[in-house]
Design a protein around this ligand. Sequence first.
Ligand code: NAD
Length: 328
Amino acid sequence: MANKVFVTRKIPDSGIALLKAAGFELVVSEKDGVLTKDELMGALKKEKYDGVLCLLTDHIDDEVFNAAGKQCKIFANYAVGFDNIDLKAARTRNIMVTNTPGVLTETVAEHTFALMLAIAHRVAEADRFTRAGKYKGWGPMLLLGSDVFGKTLGIIGLGRIGARVAHHAVRGFDMKVLYYDVQRNENFEREYGAAYRDRIETLLPDADFVSIHVPLLESTKHLMNDLRFGMMRNTAYLINTSRGPIVDEQALLRALRAGTIKGAALDVFENEPAIEPLLLELDSILLTPHIASGTIETREKMARLAANNLIEALAGRVPPNIVQAGSS
Ligand code: NAD
């Protein structure tokens, strides 16, 4: 019998085509947006699925696994982050969980740099100014920004994405790189002349830009809080393309209002899609709606990788990107 897979939301055709070519029977949610938990559980209970292709907007917990039933062997997440999935519950139920690492690294690193350049050069603010008809001619003091070239970048989490951001910083902008990570990478230090800091507290005071690339874990929630903003330079900028809850949004608001830091650029939010409304009033913040991996090329690769993980797992082979092994 053909394997049956539920896809929780429309994804690029490249992934769907692979699943169909593998002979899978597919049901793709027709809702234009995120299924509520009840809708998701209802959909999973309706049929017997062998696997689920889910997205970072789906909160997959024990109740959802239960709704999927015993024959469901794998939840393939269409994201590198997997903080939306209860891995402990997956382990208990012997359900495999996979993700899509690597294929989005370059795109997220590019987006991080786009945010860094845009906040330092006040690009979005200048665009708003120009569209509002406020541009009356060149001015020596008009909308002055900050250079990126030659400055010091502090990377928090030197994994795949953090390391590529650091690469662009050193090779493209002659920046000095400091990094904090639970794992030291001496090869990287030699190649890029980067300096390791074994505590965030010793990185923050020395960085002109701080860019966050750690996963969301209990240990990284509110990693940036009042105390840590207080350690940053008042000329420094924070960039976050990792996960929203890593930054205490209220503490960020206080830091921006008080001038504790100069600016921030965020792609992710603590309670997304909700955003603290008072942040929207500030010109010192730049916001993008969780699109750091959002290029046509990368989203197609993510769809293919998520599909491949399903295909391999349901064929009884070892899929390329296991984050939690199951019983299959
Ligand atoms: P990765 O696993 O390669 O890198 C994460 C790094 O963080 C590792 O080097 C790890 O040692 C380090 N780390 C883990 N816990 C830490 C801690 N407590 N303190 C310091 N360092 C710690 O992951 P990646 O592929 O570089 O992705 C990083 C994160 O970016 C993902 O977890 C995901 O949440 C986020 N992301 C966001 C988007 C987006 O659209 N905005 C897209 C892709 C990834």
